[in-house]
Design a protein around this ligand. Sequence first.
Ligand code: ZN
Length: 572
Amino acid sequence: MARILITSAIPYINGIKHLGNLVGSQLPADLFARYMRARGNEVMFICATDEHGTPAELAAAKAGKPVADYCAEMHEVQADLACGFRLSFDHFGRSSSQRNHKLTQHFAGQLADHGLIREVSEKMIFSIDDNRFLPDRYIEGTCPNCGYDSARGDQCDNCTKQLDPTDLINPHSTISGSTNLEVRETKHLYLMQRALRDRLEAWIDSKADWPVLTTSIAKKWLNDGDGLQDRGITRDLHWGIPVMKGDQPWPGMEGKVFYVWFDAPIEYIAGTAEWADANGKQDADWERWWRTDKGAEDVTYYQFMGKDNVPFHTLSFPATILGSGEPWKLVDYLKSFNYLNYDGGQFSTSRGRGVFMDQALSILPSDYWRWWLLSHAPESADSEFTWENFQASVNKDLADVLGNFVSRVTKFAKSKLGEAVPEGGEFGPQETALIAELGARIRDYEGYMNAIEVRKAAAELRAIWVIGNEYLQAAAPWSAIKTDPARAEAMIRLSLNLIRVYAILSQPFIPDAAQAMMAAMGSDDWTWPSDVPEAIRALPAGHAFTVPENLFRKITDEERADWQQRFAGKRE
Ligand SMILES: [Zn+2]
């Protein structure tokens, strides 16, 4: 049994996420967590809401609520939706937790003790009309690198260069639109990433098994232009983690908070501590996942995220970990995703374009979405959601292939042989061939899942469903029952067992349907089918089963057209 630590990039607090956000981190992380548990490993799967920063402050102000109340409410909304999508977090934490306050202040103190923090008196942009310093992305202007005219103060969306707000040409406030900006002097802490550059590069070079998408982005930030830059880790805001050096005051930093990007990844660790607190456990119980001096040396740590989060996870967060001088666990494998586009354009939160998590669950159960999103995950390139493709995938893969197999087998068995696994006959060459092919395909499926090749795993799972239908079509128990009833009984005995095997294999993708299939087979034995000949005989003759409700319904053309129109844009 291996010990597997999994974190998903933590979703920002200010609103409900769309399906592109979901498939970029939380959903594939859940797939992997479910698979690793199914294989008998010890898994710790952590996610949280990312609650600090100016967007939270502004969203709370717009909602007319204190920011702490707003975040608490939105955390519950996001937690409920995660539950609705069957995201199987061991804990869904909050970056505003006291655990994260303490850990973030601790890391800052450690970095300072190791000479990796410097104080910088810098000129920041103050908006006179907004009466506040304007953080990063509330300033827009022209990118000095590529000339894009809507570059944000923290990053240019066109060329992905990380920016400082003062780099922008012709800046304006995106809060008020005001160009009445002035530069004021303020003091901030900088993490001296340049001093850690060689250690970071050596660490990244040691990761020969990382996807090219991941390493190429990391290398770009290490080497392009002037190379890796020191990074400001504090801000002039009220909402956030107060700047402290460990548990001591930080002279000159009174009233300032840590930058949200500094504290957010530390929440992966703090979220695990929150898990311990929520479950009446000791510090040792979470530290054994994170401290290599306290039991984490045999942990393998996987991170999931969209490609836009790669620089922070390959450089900034590892700089925090390495620079602390303490034996915290570094990520072993980082799985990053491209973008999911929506029906000929992009998902847009501001314009309400695309399907959001709450809307998705209001029209269809989570398995339909999980299947489509995972089987079309944007791995090697961006992918696109279209309603035609969604309809075809649900109707063919889920309804015609898997749902139809389960329905045909159970209904035929019940009507001709009764509601128990039949005992007659022996497995012949057709069954032997099916068992052999099933075994080979399950090994391939395991290989793709172990490598987190999500689309290939989905394609293999579908192929496994298909061979059941092909077997049934070729064996034709509905004919055999008239000429050789014992043969028909053997076929149905195998087919009923196959439904249980399908439930186990499919559970990481479509957990609700898997539960329904397992329940219909009257079993709760989720043992992974490593030994296929044994697994295909797990339900013995005489074992009772029931005919499940239709597992999947088809999407009609009228529904497709209606939804296509409804989600084209305009959500407030
Ligand atoms: Zn640019």
